[in-house]
Design a protein around this ligand. Structure first.
Ligand SMILES: C[S@@+](CC[C@H](N)C(=O)[O-])C[C@H]1O[C@@H](n2cnc3c(N)ncnc32)[C@H](O)[C@@H]1O
Length: 201
């Protein structure tokens, strides 16, 4: 599986709310204490219950658009698996730019419900599943492209990082291998807080 890895600072948001979010992410990144990702699904559900508004980790669609084009070979009809969607605006922006076939999964039931609700009427073709990215066998579809935005980071901060990451990457690879080889495209990963040597193009 070819993986595009990009790393770098959090997004340069334009408005005040984006700036506040940047500060929050930077504070978390700089904190001496582990941010709590290791607590798994409880941490994430609590976080989304506490703040149901969209929250963007790392880059936004604007910053990723050209990489997404590359990862989908310029085809807006690509079938895309977006892992660990959280409350990101990425699926919505992709949809509004023509990518209708985006399947979003996240282990946190709370954000999956919030996202499904937020998009039910406006973006009815987006799909939402509560699912552990290290056990995605229940998904029957195959995908041309897998997008991970700041999920590898999360695993890298949790317990048993290397075995969880291994398991996850194998699952993502299988999701893509189910497609016909000539259709198979790329995975796009964005990594912010931690540099992962295993992530290479
Ligand atoms: C750092 S946030 C990134 C959210 C979103 N991709 C973004 O860029 O704004 C990590 C996300 O991964 C999800 N997550 C954590 N462990 C997961 C797992 N095992 N399977 C699927 N999602 C997971 C969390 O619930 C959270 O929404």
């Amino acid at each position: 599986m070819a993986i595009n890895a990009i790393s770098g600072p959090v997004s340069n948001g334009q408005d005040q709310s984006a700036k506040r979010k940047e500060a929050e992410v930077a504070k978390e990144a700089a904190s001496e204490e582990a941010p709590g990702y290791g607590d798994g699904v409880e941490y994430w559900n609590k976080r989304y219950r506490g703040d149901p508004n969209p929250f963007e980790w790392l880059e936004s669609f604007t910053e990723l658009e050209s990489l997404i084009k590359e990862a989908t070979a310029g085809r807006t009809d690509a079938t895309v698996l977006h892992v660990g969607c959280g409350s990101s605006l990425l699926p919505e922006a992709m949809y509004d730019h023509g990518y209708k076939d985006v399947t979003n999964v996240d282990i946190a039931e709370v954000c999956i419900q919030q996202m499904a609700e937020r998009n039910r009427t406006l973006r009815p073709e987006l799909k939402w599943f509560e699912m552990d990215a290290t056990e995605m066998g229940l998904i029957e579809s195959s995908f041309d492209t897998v997008i991970d935005k700041s999920v590898l980071d999360t695993f890298a901060c949790g317990d048993n990082a290397s075995s969880v990451i291994n398991k996850y990457l194998l699952e993502a690879k299988q999701m893509m291998e189910r497609c016909r080889p000539e259709k198979r495209l790329r995975a796009l990963c964005t990594v912010g807080l931690v540099q992962l040597p295993l992530v290479a193009r």
